[in-house]
Design a protein around this ligand. Sequence first.
Ligand code: M6R
Length: 644
Amino acid sequence: MCGIVGYIGNKQALPILVQGLRDLEYRGYDSAGICLLHENKIERVRAVGKIDNLVGKLKDSNYPGTLGIAHTRWATHGGVTEENAHPHVAMDGKLAIVHNGIIENYRELKKKLVKKGYKFTSDTDSEVLAHLIADYYSTLPQPLPSQPSHEASAGTAREGNSSPLRGEDKGGGENTLANAVRRALSDVRGTYGLLAVHADHPDQIIAARLGSPLVVGVAEGEHYIASDVTPMLAYTKQVTFLDDGEVAEISRDNLRISNLKDELITKGTMQIDWDQAKAQKGGYEHFMLKEIMEQPTVFEDAIRGRLDMEEGTAHLGGLNISEDQLRDLKRINIISGGTAYYAGLVGKYAFERLAQVPCEVDFSSEFRYRDPIVDKKTLVYAVSQSGETADTIMAVREAKRKGAHVRGIINVVGSTIARETKAGSYIHAGLEMAVASTKAYTNMVALLLLNALQLGRLKHVNVATGKRFLESLLEIPGKMNEILKQAENIKKIAKKYAHYKNMFFLGRGVNYPVALEGSLKLKEISYIHSEGYAGGEMKHGPLALVSEDFPVVAILTRNQLFEKMKSNIMEARARGARTLIIASEDDEEAKEVADDIIFVPKTMELLEPLLNTIPLQLFAYYIAVNLGRDVDRPRNLAKSVTVE
Ligand code: M6R
């Protein structure tokens, strides 16, 4: 979704901002813009389409300013045009903002501002913020204009002040720009991640957050601000995540955080352990392929230190719930969206089978609005790669309000859901850049399985069964590698399916979510229409769609539903469907119903999704490549969906 980058320091801001925008490209966007401040003047450049279009429009690539803000826009209000791209500049040309989120009451605010004579040049909700802040700014007592003193003070100002968070509190009452931002935001209903700069304040960026993430990277004599940590990984590992309701007054040497009432908030920095190399493709054509190939390694990271082979159970730190409370649980809910939702569906099978606790899985976007029955005997798992998905954040808050125990299963360290749940596990998948989630899915499943085992061992599962489960889990990375070695073969198979306009993905039992996930992967990156279905449901309607033009991809591994699934595949073949079968290694019987076949190693039924999803990821990937799609940045989609 939209991306924000800001820089204030002693270096030339332009290359940092351009690179920052490129680092955020993976989030998805349709236009971009930059605003630089130098000698009390604001320069703005915006362009529709790729960052390269923006770079092409920059008149002076050596622009000397050391302060700037930039933005990638993913359209919500108003079409994809240059006028709608950020930054938005107030009428006097002195104040610029970039904004992520949605201003719900922008119509009424706009009306008032238009009455006062403000002229709007875009169709966006965000532009009201520029005029509203400028309007408040004009009514506040003005300080003497600051001199652009930063170049002169470079490198000296930080002596004796190694932590900018300890800087002297020179914001608040004196700070006209921050006060104008505070007042404007008090009028706003909606969500924002906001940066504001003003030509008369060349030593300052104001940042504010409500519902849209913002991180401040802290380094010697400089600060980096962004929607996530990727643009700052090359410069600093020390970051501060802004929380909802916080306003940051950011200068080169000082970071002052307060709330909308200007009450000072003291918070420290945290260390991020991802490095910049992880944000590179490492020789692969696409991030998606790199991330698919990383699965054996990151899976090991997910389970490392969490298996108790002696007791046949899992140790998961940071849970904030006693063993007695766990034993006493009456219900489990899993809330998530997209791929994380399908991982959650796998979790349901595991919780019900191992722990025998009823488990419901909801799209986060639905959970909050259906008045869910959750209470203090309910454990809610919020599953999210980014930890910033707005739907899931809202669902977490609803579950907490109702008194449930809430745990996060999250990838991004320090993200909003991780912080708001305060309990749970990181999945340790590392930085996932491709919009299509792959390795995060595998590790979410891994963590849900470990949670289910832990609960199972507290209830019905005996130590021997627990041990067998863990032994099988330890074999998974090797088995994943066996599948990944078949990439060239899967590529050849994918070529045969790339021309189809429709496809079915079928599975049963624990492989039903695998079918759903396979279908999602295909549609999101290849734009081929596909439907994921439970094999047994086909005869209740969808079978009417099947023909020789509507192939079926089916998971037919050796488990308790093998025979039933095989019949469902035969029903489709009898209607002319071409079939691609995912089967257990050396399964001759599976060949009988296959036009094409991919073999996967055998494992315990509950662990099958960890393996069976991988050929479907590769299948979708190679089809998308074959069709010349923008695999890592599919159209209309964003990596992290920060609006509801
Ligand atoms: O960051 P999250 O895991 O909360 O994101 C949820 C979905 O937006 C995400 O899984 C999406 O469906 C992916 N594009 C799927 O590949």
